[in-house]
Write a protein that binds this ligand. Sequence first.
Ligand SMILES: *[C@@H]1O[C@H](CO)[C@@H](O)[C@H](O)[C@H]1NC(C)=O
Ligand SMILES: *[C@@H]1O[C@H](CO)[C@@H](O)[C@H](O)[C@H]1NC(C)=O
Ligand SMILES: *[C@@H]1O[C@H](CO)[C@@H](O)[C@H](O)[C@H]1NC(C)=O
Ligand SMILES: *[C@@H]1O[C@H](CO)[C@@H](O)[C@H](O)[C@H]1NC(C)=O
Ligand SMILES: *[C@@H]1O[C@H](CO)[C@@H](O)[C@H](O)[C@H]1NC(C)=O
Ligand SMILES: *[C@@H]1O[C@H](CO)[C@@H](O)[C@H](O)[C@H]1NC(C)=O
Ligand SMILES: *[C@@H]1O[C@H](CO)[C@@H](O)[C@H](O)[C@H]1NC(C)=O
Length: 647
Amino acid sequence: MGPRSVPLLPLLLALLGRPDPGRAEGCDLQPVTAEPPITLSYATSTVPRGCVSNSSMGTDHEVHVLSVKWSKVSPVPLTVAVTPQADACSRPAVLILLCTRCFATITSPCSNLIVRTDARLSPESTIRAPNPEPPIVSSEGQLLAWALSAYGGITSYSELQDPRKVQLRLGEDAHSPPECIPQENFNAILHLETEVFFHGMKSCSRSDAQSTRAAHIIHLQSEPSSSITEGNLSLSCSQNSDGNQILILQSKANFTWFLSTKCNIQFLVSGSYMMPFFSAPLLGNPLPDTEQGLIAEAFEKNCSVIASYSAIPASTHISLQIHEHETVETPVTATPIAITQPPDLPHQVLLTLKPWKCTDETMEIVIVRSYLEPIKDVVNITLRDISCQAEKNATHFMLKSPLSHCGTSLEGTGYANNELILSLAKDAVLRSVRVGFQCEIPRELFLRLFPTADFKAPQTELEINKEAFVQASMRWMDHPADLQLKECWLVASEREPVLLVQGGEARGAGVTVLEGPPSSHGRKIWRFRFTYSIPEGGHIPFSAILKCKAGLQNDTIFEKVLEVRVKDAWRPLNYRGLGLGAVLGITFGAFLIGALLTAVLWYIYSHTRPISKLQPVSSTAPASESSSTNHSIGSTQSTPCSTSSMA
Ligand SMILES: *[C@@H]1O[C@H](CO)[C@@H](O)[C@H](O)[C@H]1NC(C)=O
Ligand SMILES: *[C@@H]1O[C@H](CO)[C@@H](O)[C@H](O)[C@H]1NC(C)=O
Ligand SMILES: *[C@@H]1O[C@H](CO)[C@@H](O)[C@H](O)[C@H]1NC(C)=O
Ligand SMILES: *[C@@H]1O[C@H](CO)[C@@H](O)[C@H](O)[C@H]1NC(C)=O
Ligand SMILES: *[C@@H]1O[C@H](CO)[C@@H](O)[C@H](O)[C@H]1NC(C)=O
Ligand SMILES: *[C@@H]1O[C@H](CO)[C@@H](O)[C@H](O)[C@H]1NC(C)=O
Ligand SMILES: *[C@@H]1O[C@H](CO)[C@@H](O)[C@H](O)[C@H]1NC(C)=O
């Protein structure tokens, strides 16, 4: 069970940036001799010794032998539930339970079950009839020989170490071996599931102890053959737990922990984990797979005491009770149990959801409220500047701000930095949690259409014979000065495309290039106005696209398409759809991103240039906001053109 360290390991861990196991020195794990700080039990079907056989099949009974060994007095009565097969108790069965006069509750729906035991039975037992005395035996061999001579066969034999609960399934199998010959670490899954206490925990404390912070470590030892990939951990702790403890759960990376607890304790979990109300598991942190590595990890988290270290087999059900922290000597009062969550939960939830989305001009945050349920009592959410508070409706928190406001900083990196501040209210006590985040500003050309010259409030309607204002912009830290607006076109079905701007100069009739604001933070802005006129009697399209390209002298091309609805003052705007599909060969994709964002995205791939990526346009959101819908699309990050330009 004990971990082995190979000499290479410290070096490897150091190279991987893990805490140096050297830090674990000065803390030698020793078996806990005094009152253990935890009670730990886990479910397993592997017994220290056991066997099955078909030797009972020709006899009057099936016979199951349980031999219980104790390393400590059990704090609770042993419960044994005997369940029949589907054909309900038709064949008489014998249970022989030897547990050195332990206190036990034995239940079974089968009234023909014969129990021979030295246990004192609790009143909850369903076994009432006086059953024959058990044998007096002093060894496993004697026990099996006695059972064989008394009943003519043995269906199963299991030795159990410190069991808390046993579930025994009746039934015989002709394919079992003819003789029951006990084997070590026997997999008794056919007949048995048991929950056993673990008493092998170890502990240590650092001599130069600087804090009273204590760690509990559970280290799952997965057999290579183990198929167990998830387990439920129910954790309870004393009412007065002071929150100055951390629980470290080490498992294989593909193991999912289902945590249920009301404890005020911090978690550090490898693999992934679920909590009630989570809709999907959260990814944990990779943790070292050795005793020394885990101790070092605990020290890294400022613990001075390893209150318990338990190496147990992978299990589908683990129950852990943490007893009162020694330093806490609070009298028992009737205060309600505080329902608090691990302090880093808000970080983990938000950094998993990544609910932020940036354009070169705006930051938008949309959070589905039900995703925050694991973090109790979120009252309101703000950015670093607390006057920027999220609006909320029944289902969402929503916040939108210009990048120039709300404490957002742009540090020349292509990211906008800010913090989400969650106000949590519990029992009228307000507490706030700050989660810093980085929102990537996509390296894309952004197009926005405005009805007025103030370039505020973008929209997606283009009115015929009326002036419209266009802004193209992009943030490119490296060479904003070299960036040029190469061309802009207006394209509508059944009409000639209209060239509006080329090489930064007005081309179409009625187009005027306007002076844009100076570039700042690497953001370049171009502006022009134009009037879309259609001769009298001409066909009026329902929609059109504005298509622009920007690039460097050496031809790196960023291309973007903005779809607009064409509005004719004489024709009410209708919603006959965006009739572009036929014209441009649109690839259509609908992405459902949780319940967070549901949108129809249109991808338009131009064939003019090496695979340029175009801006997806939502039919519901205003132009500048449409990018909030392309949340989950990996290609956002790698614009083919921009990578080529870096070469
Ligand atoms: C028990 O198993 C042995 C060997 O597999 C087989 O020969 C024998 O017939 C079985 N006995 C019964 C009662 O099925
Ligand atoms: C889990 O990962 C281990 C190695 O870390 C691997 O041996 C095992 O096959 C994996 N199990 C499953 C079910 O993927
Ligand atoms: C550990 O303690 C130091 C000094 O008190 C503090 O700076 C650091 O943030 C703490 N680390 C953790 C993980 O709590
Ligand atoms: C763990 O608990 C959850 C809910 O409490 C249950 O749905 C799931 O089946 C359990 N998993 C195991 C392996 O027992
Ligand atoms: C957030 O909510 C709390 C409690 O309702 C309130 O006291 C606080 O002022 C709110 N924060 C902001 C920025 O409005
Ligand atoms: C809350 O606002 C979001 C985002 O605007 C919207 O999708 C959702 O339907 C709204 N929910 C309700 C109940 O109004
Ligand atoms: C294009 O120009 C930019 C700067 O003007 C430069 O960094 C980049 O390497 C050039 N790309 C190619 C392919 O020459």
